[in-house]
Design a protein around this ligand. Structure first.
Ligand SMILES: [Zn+2]
Length: 76
């Protein structure tokens, strides 16, 4: 177990060191369960909107932001 801070809200969480290592390798943020659930539900809502044909520029920009981790999340 490793004590790490959630990259989103900063709360301290205990994660398996192998999980943290994989997340860093994939340039993915370390998230607490609350932030993760919020991100996943937001992502699902945006995808649902896309399937329903509610395609908007704002929707696409949000989806793109969720899919591509930004360069400033690099840990190397
Ligand atoms: Zn969090």
């Amino acid at each position: 177990m490793l004590d790490v801070d959630c990259d989103n809200c900063g709360v301290r969480i205990g994660l398996d060191s192998s999980v943290v290592s994989v997340k860093h390798q994939l340039h993915k943020p370390v998230e607490c369960p609350i932030c993760r659930n919020m991100r996943v539900s937001k992502e699902m809502e945006l995808l649902e909107n896309e399937f329903r044909g509610m395609k908007s520029e704002e929707n696409e920009t949000k989806l793109r932001r969720l899919r591509i981790p930004s360069a400033d999340q690099s840990f190397f």
